[in-house]
Design a protein around this ligand. Structure first.
Ligand SMILES: NC(=O)CC[C@H](N)C(=O)O
Length: 234
């Protein structure tokens, strides 16, 4: 007799593209996982968050997600969750929220500080606010040579921070996390565009992508997150 294990993955549902992530995870796990019974749930409260083996922070607007998290008292629980070393994947605005520092943040914007990186919001400028590109991710996802990758007013990773305490001369735009967590794992660059811009990084159990795999019709990225981050951490 095989024993099935219940696994819960949460998607932060304060604002943005959370339903799309849930649909992709459901599609990605429909078959091939006889040992696991997956539930993908929307997260709006601390009680819901506590049930999760891993968390996804979707794209949307990082300033709005931060504001709603503060107003609904979820910011503290999210900062504690980041420290638990459970898998977390931030896409686009979620990547910004998960970072340690934003070079063009909005005053009052809060960051979870899960990855020792600095990001820049809306990094592709006005002409190129949104675009789609087939990218070769086969160096980290086996056999994925042509993933349909959608960028919408996307951020990029501008540096890896060695000093997580932040800059001494913080100006009006550099926003630094208030979380005292330091992720000790090395930051790995997973993908750089041809022009050198960094759009996917991993730091131990944390993953950050500038783009939106949940807006394509391809489940392979979500399946990789389940296999590589969630299942391996169980
Ligand atoms: N598609 C997105 O998530 C856009 C991110 C948005 N520009 C921000 O700063 O939060």
């Amino acid at each position: 007799m095989t024993i099935t294990r219940n696994v819960t993955v949460g998607v932060l549902a304060l604002q943005g593209a959370f339903i799309e992530h849930i649909k992709h995870f459901e599609g990605a796990t429909k078959s091939g996982y006889s040992d696991y019974e997956f539930s993908f749930i929307e997260i709006r409260t601390e009680e819901q968050l506590e049930k999760c083996h891993g968390l996804v922070i979707p794209g949307g607007e990082s300033t709005a997600i931060s504001l709603i998290a503060q107003r609904t008292n979820l910011l503290g629980p999210l900062m504690r969750y980041v420290k638990s070393e459970k898998p977390i994947w931030g896409t686009c605005a979620g990547l910004i929220f998960l970072s340690t520092q934003v070079e063009n943040g909005k005053p009052g914007q809060q960051l979870l500080g899960g990855m020792n990186i600095q990001v820049k919001r809306n990094a592709f400028g006005r002409q190129l606010q949104s675009f789609q590109s087939d990218l070769d991710f086969s160096s980290f996802i086996p056999l994925v040579y042509d993933f349909p990758t959608i960028f919408i007013r996307a951020p990029v990773i501008t540096s890896v921070l060695s000093d997580i305490n932040g800059p001494e001369d913080v100006n009006d735009f550099i926003i630094h996390t208030k979380n005292d967590y330091e992720n000790k794992a090395p930051v790995q660059i997973l993908h750089q565009l041809d022009n050198g811009l960094i759009v996917a990084v991993r730091q131990g159990s944390k993953l950050g992508t500038s783009f939106h795999p949940e807006l394509s019709d391809d489940y392979r990225f979500h399946k990789w997150f389940i296999d590589e981050f969630i299942v391996k951490a169980l």
